[in-house]
Design a protein. Structure first.
Length: 221
């Protein structure tokens, strides 16, 4: 069976990934050697320097980084004293992050180097090509977001069961006695018939008059 082969040298996602890795590695050589920062740690500092007061989840959303990688980077920066964590003023259940004085020192030294690297890289393009590149990247980012959101919705829809209930929902049929419903949608009344001591079989409740006679007989014994 034949299958399509991806020409990686012309495949845009691969080319963008390679370019991003080359750029990150080139800049990382500076701050890794001088400050012992990992690439995710530097990205967290860069994001919080531009957008202070974000939560870790918001940093992950803003940078499009993996949430686990962001969590590890945040914890490492907190231990190193390069970040500060505080309670949000508008919601005490939410914690927000700020770059500390030590983190700001790192940012002030690394940011000029990153900007110089960007200028050197863009020298390969004339002003018109730079503007076209900027516009193309914005368009591609928006389009990628649209596709990702659509695929996420499709996955959510396909994961639903045939009766429309989300995955993991508890059954409401007769298999779950506590939540069983009859055809009218009401919970059926419990079976109040007595059980025989030995067999546990159900028998009809004794009439009230018969119970009175039986109690009278027993009281005369």
């Amino acid at each position: 069976m034949e299958f399509p082969v991806i020409d990686l040298e012309r495949f845009l996602p691969y080319r963008l990934s390679v370019l991003a890795n080359v750029l990150s590695s080139a800049i990382a050589g500076t701050y890794q050697q001088r400050f012992g920062l990992s690439i995710p740690e530097w990205r967290v500092i860069a994001v919080l320097s531009r957008y202070p007061g974000l939560s870790a989840r918001e940093v992950a959303a803003k940078s499009r980084m993996d949430a686990v990688a962001v969590s590890r980077a945040v914890n490492g920066l907190l231990r190193a004293g390069r970040l500060r964590r505080a309670v949000a003023s508008d919601d005490r259940r939410r914690s927000v992050l700020q770059v500390s004085a030590a983190g700001a020192t790192v940012y002030r030294e690394v940011a000029p180097l990153a900007l110089a690297y960007e200028r050197s890289l863009l020298e390969a393009l004339d002003p018109r090509a730079r503007a076209a590149l900027d516009d193309s990247l914005s368009r591609l980012t928006r389009r990628a977001d649209e596709i990702a959101n659509r695929l996420r919705r499709d996955r959510t829809g396909s994961d639903r069961s045939s009766d429309g209930a989300p995955p993991g929902a508890r059954p409401t049929g007769n298999g779950n006695k506590k939540h069983a419903r009859n055809d009218t949608g009401r919970t059926p009344a419990p079976d109040r018939r007595h059980r025989t001591p030995r067999t546990g079989a159900a028998r009809e409740p004794e009439p009230r008059a018969a119970r009175g006679v039986r109690r009278g007989v027993l009281s005369r014994r």
